[in-house]
Ligand binder design. Structure first.
Ligand code: FNR
Length: 385
C-alpha cells in the first residue's frame, strides 16, 4: 500500500469546476429539492419520536480529540485490512435499500462510486438492482451482500447468499436489528412504502427459490411475497450458526449494541460486527451508536473487526469512531443525498469531501497511522450530556 503524501491536503478541494454542497446540512437541503417528498422523508426520518436519530448526531460532541504536535505527519497511511483484503480508507458504503427512490441509476451509481475510490459497497437485500446486475457493472471491485433473513422459507436466504458468492461478493452482512420494521411516523404520514411500489424487488424477482414460493409470476404476487418474507421475528443464534455452516464467506452481524451480544458473536465464531442502531430507524430510544462502541470494543478484546455506523456526517466523526476503537465506519444518508443530487458523481463527491476532511483531521491530530488514534480521545468534560 502506497502512503499518501500529505501535500495534497492543503488544496482543500477548492479547485472544483462546479459547486457541490459541502456540509451535510447543505447536502440534505439540496437532496430534499431533488427528491419526491415521500422518498426524501423515507431517507431522512427516524423511528418514533426520532430521539435516537438526534442522539446519534449529538453524542459525537461528547468526545473530544486531544491532538499531539511536532510528530512529522508528512506521510499518512489510512489503509485498513479486513478479511484479507486491504482498502485505502476505513470507510464502507452502508447497505441502503431501494436506491432508485433517490436516482434512476440507484445502486449501480453508488457501487461505481465506491469502486472508483476503492472502498467496499454493501448491497442491501432490498436493492433496486440485482446482485448480478451490480456485479456486472462493477467487475471485481469490493462488494459485500447484506442479508435480511427470509422468514417464509430459509432456503431463499441461502439462495441469495449463494448468488452473492457466485457473483464474487466477499462478505455477508446479516442485519439483526430489523426483526420487525421500525415505527416510522413520516412514512405513515406520507403513506409511503417504496417496497410496495416495487423499488426493492430486484433480488427477489431474479431468485428461483423465491419465485417458486409465490403463487403467480406477477407484480402483486412478488410484492406480497416480499412483504410476507421481509420481517423475521424468529431469527436467533441457532439460525445464525446454520448460516455460518452454509457459506464460506465471512459473516458480520449488523446492529449490535450490547456488549453481551458482541461476546456471543465471538463465541459463535462470527467474523465481525457492525455497531449500529440502523441510523435511528428501528427502535427509538436506544443508545447512540457511538456511546455503545467503547464497551463493545472492550468486550471483544480484539478478537474480530468492529465496524461502526449511525451518525457519521464528516471526516472528524470517522476519526472519533476509530479513536474509540472501530476498525472502519459505514455511512448511509450522506451518500444517499449525494446520489439524489448528482448520481454517481454526487456519491463520489460526498466520499471525496468526507475522506479529505478525515485525512486533514488525522494529520492535525498528530497521527500518521489509524491505530495511533486510539489514545487521543477523551470524554468531553464540558459536555452538556
Ligand atoms: C438503511 N439502512 C439499511 N440497513 C440494512 O441493513 N439494510 C437495508 O436495506 C437498509 N436500508 C436503509 C434505507 C435507508 C433509506 C437508510 C437511511 C438506511 C441502515 C443503514 O445501513 C445504516 O445503518 C444507517 O444508514 C447508518 O446511519 P446514517 O449514516 O444514515 O446516520
Amino acid at each position: 500500500m502506497e502512503f499518501a503524501k500529505n501535500n495534497d491536503l492543503f488544496s482543500q478541494n477548492i479547485n472544483q469546476s462546479e459547486v457541490f454542497p459541502v456540509s451535510f446540512k447543505e447536502l440534505e437541503k439540496e437532496a430534499k429539492e431533488s427528491m419526491a417528498a415521500g422518498a426524501f422523508g423515507y431517507v431522512q426520518s427516524g423511528a418514533g419520536g426520532e430521539e435516537t436519530l438526534q442522539r446519534n448526531i449529538a453524542s459525537f460532541s461528547k468526545y473530544a480529540i486531544v491532538p499531539r504536535f511536532l510528530k512529522d505527519v508528512s506521510t499518512l497511511d489510512t489503509s485498513i485490512t479486513l478479511f484479507g483484503r486491504t482498502y485505502p480508507y476505513p470507510l464502507l458504503i452502508a447497505p441502503v435499500g431501494m436506491q432508485k427512490i433517490a436516482h434512476v441509476d440507484g445502486e449501480i451509481a453508488t457501487a461505481k462510486a465506491a469502486a472508483a475510490i476503492g472502498i467496499p459497497f454493501i448491497q442491501s437485500t432490498v436493492s433496486s438492482y440485482s446482485i448480478e446486475e451490480i456485479a456486472e457493472a462493477t467487475a471485481d471491485s469490493p462488494k459485500w451482500f447484506q442479508l435480511y433473513w427470509s422468514s417464509t422459507d430459509e432456503e431463499i436466504s441461502y439462495s441469495m447468499v449463494k448468488r452473492a458468492e457466485e457473483a464474487g461478493y466477499e462478505a455477508i452482512v446479516l442485519t439483526v436489528d430489523t426483526v420487525v420494521i421500525g415505527w416510522r411516523e413520516e412514512d405513515v404520514r406520507n403513506q409511503y412504502s417504496p417496497l410496495k411500489q416495487g423499488f426493492g424487488k430486484a433480488n427477489y424477482e431474479t431468485d428461483p427459490v423465491f419465485m417458486s414460493s409465490i403463487p403467480m409470476n406477477d407484480f402483486d404476487s412478488v410484492i406480497q411475497g416480499i412483504l410476507d418474507n421481509i420481517q423475521h421475528p424468529a431469527l436467533n443464534w441457532e439460525k445464525v450458526a446454520e448460516l455460518k455452516k452454509r457459506t464460506s464467506l465471512p459473516i458480520l452481524l449488523k446492529g449490535i449494541l450490547h456488549p453481551e451480544d458482541a461476546k456471543l458473536a465471538v463465541a459463535n465464531g462470527i467474523d465481525g460486527i457492525i455497531v449500529s442502531n440502523h441510523g435511528g430507524r428501528q427502535l427509538d430510544g436506544v443508545i447512540a451508536s457511538i456511546d455503545a462502541l467503547p464497551a463493545i470494543v472492550e468486550a471483544v478484546e480484539g478478537k474480530m473487526p468492529i465496524l461502526f455506523d449511525s451518525g457519521i456526517r464528516r471526516g472528524s466523526d470517522i476519526v472519533k469512531a476509530i479513536a474509540l476503537g472501530a476498525d472502519a465506519v459505514l455511512i448511509g444518508r450522506p451518500f444517499m443525498y449525494g446520489l439524489a443530487v448528482g448520481g454517481q458523481k454526487g456519491v463520489e463527491k460526498v466520499l471525496e469531501n468526507m475522506l479529505q476532511e478525515m485525512k486533514v483531521s488525522i494529520s492535525l491530530a498528530g497521527v500518521t497511522k489509524l491505530k495511533d488514534l486510539r489514545n487521543l480521545i477523551i470524554k468531553n468534560p464540558h459536555s452538556v450530556f
